[in-house]
Write a new protein. Structure first.
Ligand code: FAD
Length: 323
């Protein structure tokens, strides 16, 4: 059944986050030959519309207003509802990001429809669109079909491959005007903490440190390795609690959930709450001096040793490969 599917593009620092392109790919599957319409919200976002089309969107709708310069749940939901009322989509895909997690339940409630959150795979099977999502902190997976209402899902970044970029694609770009009013929150200023470089939730490579890193300075070799690999630095809660790094780096049940291609866990014991945030990474390398550490149970490759000896060696070897 061909459907019209709405995709929310996410803009950060005037560029599109990768999850926007992944959402288009998921949207194509849900649309089953129908139309994939991307929505961009902000104060000046129309310049990014073409890139959404190059990644597979059939059409782009922008909602621009200076009150939408920063994300607020009220502002974005008013903008999005104006588009939804006009377009009446049968499917919607957002990223399972901080923004998507905040906005999607609000929209689902307004539409009185269900929401499949945190999907990692979407396919057509037996005449249904089937979403796969991890449950019990990633220890099991459930397959979900939607039998009524809008097929509305959020997708976990880094799990659904975007379509190849095609510079020759073209599509219509139009504007919808929405009256943005009665905002209960206003963003006065954005103060960034420890988020220089690659975004942790979208990083293809993460070098994460635990209490074994021993100090704030102990994170330096991890940062160097992450830089050589073009990745991001993450941490266990143990390291955050010990004040070795900022909580924005925390990975796990009460931190960020990540699925990079490569996760290098350094001096992390592998507590269940940490595994909840990283065990679905594609390749896991663990460096720990305790051969009995739990992290080795989920690791594809284990290195028993002192991280302060092992990491510099890895960095040197990876540097040679890059030359
Ligand atoms: P430790 O368990 O102390 O492990 C340190 C490891 O470093 C050890 O295995 C040691 O062998 C190794 N080591 C030491 N020195 C070296 C060296 N020189 N070289 C190599 N290895 C070395 N934790 C999270 O990470 N994320 C969460 O989101 C999270 N949420 C939680 C929610 C709740 C409700 C609770 C109760 C706990 C939560 N925790 C979370 C905490 C979790 O239970 C663990 O306490 C925490 O993950 C331990 O961090 P760690 O592995 O860095 O430290």
């Amino acid at each position: 059944m061909a459907r019209k599917v709405l995709i929310l593009g996410e803009v950060r620092d005037q560029s599109l986050r990768n999850v926007s392109f992944e959402a288009i790919a998921a949207g194509k599957t849900v649309a089953e030959g129908g139309e994939v319409v991307a929505v961009l919200i902000g104060d000046s976002v129309s310049g990014l519309a073409q890139e959404m089309i190059q990644y597979g969107a059939d059409r782009v709708i922008t909602v621009e207003d200076e009150k939408l310069a920063a994300y607020t749940p009220d502002g974005y939901s008013q903008a999005l509802m104006a588009v939804i009322e006009e377009e009446k989509p049968e499917g919607m895909i957002f990223g399972h990001t901080a923004l998507g997690k905040d906005l999607s339940p609000k929209i689902a409630a307004k539409l009185q429809t269900g929401l499949v959150s945190d999907a990692i795979h979407v396919e057509e099977a037996g005449g249904n669109i089937v979403f796969t999502r991890p449950i019990y902190s990633g220890k099991a997976f459930e397959k979900v079909i939607v039998t009524d209402g809008v097929l509305f899902a959020t997708i976990r970044p880094n799990n659904i491959a975007p379509l190849d970029k095609d510079d020759s694609r073209s599509g219509d770009v139009s504007q919808v005007s929405a009256e943005i009013k009665d905002l209960r929150t206003i963003v006065k200023d954005v103060i960034r903490k420890a988020t220089e470089g690659v975004d942790l939730s979208e990083a293809k490579v993460i070098v994460a440190g635990g209490r074994g890193v021993k100090s704030e300075d102990g994170f330096s070799p991890l940062k160097e390795l992450a830089d050589v690999l073009g990745g991001a630095v993450g941490a266990s809660r143990g390291a955050c609690d010990a004040d070795y790094c900022d909580y924005s780096l925390q990975i796990g049940q009460t931190g960020k959930v990540v699925t990079p291609d490569l996760y290098i866990a350094c001096g992390i014991s592998g507590a269940i709450q940490h595994l909840a945030g990283m065990s679905n990474s594609k390749v896991i390398v663990a460096i720990n001096k305790d051969p009995e550490a739990n992290i080795f149970k989920v690791a594809d490759y284990g290195i028993v040793g002192d991280l302060f000896e092992v990491i510099p060696m890895l960095t040197e070897e990876f540097k040679k490969l890059k030359v």
